[in-house]
Write a protein that binds this ligand. Structure first.
Ligand code: N2P
Length: 379
């Protein structure tokens, strides 16, 4: 188990070797001798009273917002979403009132191309030096011009080991009518136009970025055949429904599975029978990133908040709470043995698993996923 961290580091280096520019030197700390001592280099006179954070659900330890308020006197209002497309639609409409959003990799590309997010002021992001170089400069935002890694994770299958004593090893556990008939109404798929079509494409032995019409049609057919057996498309409380045993198996994000296993703060208690696996056909790896909106009224304060989230003690506490993976190397050093053990049990990729993982890309053809999803959801 102690071998997990070096393996993961090695795997990430392998991943970054294909497709990423070399990491740039971390931003130097700003030199401001006259800066307010209590809060590092922060000019407290420039802070707003409030900050509006639009983040995925169950994706931050609430005590961190309280700590930021206590330290800087800024009240953070949190609203949540469960899909990149929902968040982007709200922001695109204008005047969302939000300062900070958390797009995944391919969604950073979309938002930057549409001018929805600003170039970050790196002189305010002194804690960039704590980030893992292999997780900066990724294909979706080379140079991290628009975004800073928040958390990363993988999309696989969470299941209750009481119902699956021999484990689960294939996406067929969620698609094969001969299997899913036995747990009809007790399983869910992620409510996400890239995730669920992506899982169907993996079962077909294809790339989750495949936009060949015949392959997309085959994926669509699999999803339509699955639909009568599903309890729901669910990205929002699959963690709770696995923990309560309303579901016996589900397509889930790795952190949702850890939350189902461990519980989530005061929100709900965990169920140690919930385990997580990456099917042999492979699946998605992704990273969610902090970005500041073009129409953010509080951009200075938003930078201060992002820098706060990169403080290793804060990032480590957040990671322990939500169970995803931290792109902050100095936070990883602070993690408990308990969470490292879960990572080693399959809730995080090791060098072997990483070979089966793919990142979602955005290009002129990937709008086809919206069409597939519209058809499937409309059935
Ligand atoms: C947390 C959402 C994880 C984000 N509920 C998946 N990209």
């Amino acid at each position: 188990m102690k071998r997990w961290l070096p393996l993961l580091a090695m795997a990430l280096i392998m991943l970054s070797a294909c497709g990423s520019a070399p990491a740039s030197a971390p931003a130097a700390a700003t030199d401001s001798p006259g800066g307010a001592a209590a809060s590092g280099d922060v000019d407290t006179s420039k802070l707003s009273k409030e900050l509006f954070f639009y983040n995925w659900s169950d994706y931050i330890d609430p005590s961190i917002l309280a700590d930021f308020e206590q330290e800087y006197g800024v009240k953070v209002t949190l609203d949540t979403y469960d899909a990149n497309e929902d968040m982007i639609a709200k922001v695109r409409a204008g005047n969302s009132g939000y300062d900070i959003v958390v797009p995944s990799d391919y969604a950073v590309t979309t938002m930057a191309a549409e001018g929805l997010i600003i170039s970050l002021d790196k002189s305010l992001l002194t804690n960039l030096s704590h980030m893992s170089p292999d997780l900066l400069n990724k294909y979706f935002d080379e140079g991290n011009v628009y975004s800073i890694p928040y958390m990363y994770g993988i999309s696989g299958i969470a299941y209750n080991q009481k119902n699956f004593p021999d484990g689960v090893d294939s996406w067929s556990a969620l698609f094969d009518p001969a299997k899913i008939a036995a747990y009809s109404g007790k399983f869910s798929m992620l409510d996400d136009e890239r995730e669920s079509p992506g899982a169907a494409l993996k079962l077909l032995g294809k790339s989750l970025n495949d936009t060949e019409p015949a392959d997309l049609k085959a994926a669509e057919d699999l999803l339509i055949a699955q639909k009568p057996f599903l309890a729901a498309y669910n990205s929002s409380d699959v963690n709770r429904k696995l923990a309560s045993e309303e579901y016996v198996i589900a397509h889930a994000w790795s952190g949702q599975a850890i939350q189902a296993h461990n519980g989530l703060g005061d929100e709900f208690s965990g169920n140690p029978d919930i385990l997580f696996t990456m099917p042999k056909e492979g699946g998605m790896i992704w990273m969610d990133n902090l970005a500041i909106l073009k129409d953010s009224p509080n951009a200075y304060t938003a930078h201060v908040f992002i820098n706060f989230l990169m403080r290793p003690d804060i990032a480590a506490r957040n990671t322990e709470y939500i169970g995803y993976l931290s792109p902050n190397k100095d936070a990883v050093d602070l993690l408990s043995q308990d969470i490292k053990d879960l990572y080693a049990q399959g809730f995080a990729p090791d060098a072997e698993m990483i070979k089966r993982l793919e990142w979602a890309e955005r290009n002129e053809k990937t709008t086809a996923f919206t069409d597939v999803w519209t058809v499937v959801k409309g059935e």
